[in-house]
Design a protein around this ligand. Structure first.
Ligand SMILES: NC(=O)c1ccc[n+]([C@@H]2O[C@H](COP(=O)([O-])OP(=O)(O)OC[C@H]3O[C@@H](n4cnc5c(N)ncnc54)[C@H](O)[C@@H]3O)[C@@H](O)[C@H]2O)c1
Length: 362
């Protein structure tokens, strides 16, 4: 069987799910890993049986690696992706694709010039939950879409993450952290967004870490931490968004699409599984999941990229989609700063429905 060889850059908190996915899916194989903190890369190599611990430089230049998997803080994604592509290596990155549209466009330009593919998290849209939501919409169960609401609010990540700095630095904030899950799902379900408006705020200029091992240290807040936006989709649907690290308790968090005939309660876009609920004529029912896919976990995006590289599979979690989601998020912040609507310039094709039985061979 053919295999796609991975090199994992960044061996921090999220890396375990990628090492596990690469070991679970037969078509993937991790050949090397790297981290600025070499002991972290060595520990993951030991734990998951990765043959080589390399420097980032060595890993990106290694011709035996097909895909560089970038799992570092958001502010480093753009530079590392461009360096991988310039070394003739395909790439996949954790979200967000980059921290600015200039960086995002540079990634796509470099990929296209070198005839390489870039994949971008989140890949939860490939899961059975959100694909079942898509089937509900396409079957017209709630009529024609009218509006959508995405609301996620809590008090940030400094109470659990060992190094929560990334959430409060460039590329962080609740919109860039959680927005990609909700926005990628909405674009997959409703198509591209043509214009956005937003208003943002930060309640605190610094945050105190309450998790180990840095309990008591403070972090400067460089990004907005309470972010609201409205979205105008090309198909005329409107969306309302709240993403916040400044909220202690909320009773209005949720993810829904309203239609001319009823309401679709979507599955959690930070998960692969779950069953949507449909409310029609005053009755609510849970929808039976319409898909049967292996691997209900982060890492399906790597399979998506592997099939796109090796077969005629249409790439779902593409950099084009990641760039559109980045433009929506950057547009909401720019709109708040300028106090005006922002028209978007990117409009990726709506990705196809994911086939039932996501394959595990090339
Ligand atoms: N932690 C989560 O639950 C989670 C969930 C989903 C997505 N993500 C995303 O995953 C990415 C990483 O998050 P994390 O929580 O694992 O962060 P982390 O801080 O725990 O780990 C990041 C690792 O990257 C290393 N690193 C930084 N720059 C590097 C470079 N140039 N070369 C090699 N290594 C480098 C750091 O030393 C660190 O070990 C972020 O984009 C984040 O948005 C995290």
């Amino acid at each position: 069987m053919d295999r796609v060889t991975l090199g994992i850059v960044g061996c921090g908190t999220i890396s375990d799910v990628y090492f596990e996915a690469a070991n679970e899916f037969d078509v993937l194989e991790t050949a090397a890993c790297a981290d600025l903190e070499t002991d972290r890369a060595e520990a993951k190599a030991d734990e998951y049986g990765v043959p080589t611990v390399a420097t980032t430089e060595e890993l990106l230049a290694d011709p035996a690696i097909d895909v560089a998997v970038i799992l570092t803080p958001p502010s480093t994604h753009g530079d590392l992706l461009v360096r991988a592509l310039e070394s003739d290596t395909h790439a996949y990155t954790e979200k967000p694709l980059a921290t600015s549209m200039a960086e995002g466009r540079e990634i796509l330009r470099t990929a296209n010039e070198n005839d390489l593919l870039v994949g971008s998290a989140p890949d939860t849209v490939l899961g059975t939950g959100l694909q079942t939501c898509r089937d509900v919409l396409e079957a017209g169960q709630i009529g024609e879409p009218v509006g959508a609401v995405a609301s996620w609010a809590n008090h940030g990540h400094e109470h659990w993450h060992p190094n929560p700095d990334l959430y409060y630095q460039e590329g962080g904030g609740p919109l860039f952290d959680m927005g990609p899950y909700y926005l990628t799902a909405l674009v997959g379900l409703l198509g591209p967004v043509s214009a956005v408006a937003g208003a943002t705020h930060a309640a605190f200029t610094e945050r105190t870490i309450t998790s180990d091992p840095r309990q008591g240290e403070t972090i400067d807040v460089d990004v907005p931490t309470h972010e609201t936006g409205t979205l105008t989709f090309e198909n005329g649907t409107t969306g309302t968004l709240l993403m916040s690290f400044d909220v202690w308790e909320s009773t209005v968090t949720g993810f829904e699409i309203y239609g001319t005939e009823g309401t679709l309660e979507l599955t959690n876009p930070n998960r692969f599984d779950g069953a949507p609920r449909v409310h029609v004529n005053g009755q609510a029912h849970e929808v039976s999941v319409t898909r049967d896919q292996p691997g209900q976990q982060r890492g399906l995006g790597l399979l998506d990229l592997a099939y796109a590289l090796e077969t005629d599979w249409e790439h779902w979690t593409s950099a084009e989609l990641g760039l559109h989601v980045l433009e929506i998020m950057a547009g909401i912040r720019d709109s708040g700063d300028a106090n005006e609507y922002v028209e978007l310039s990117t409009a990726p094709k709506r990705p196809p429905s994911v086939p039932d039985g996501f394959p595990n061979e090339l």
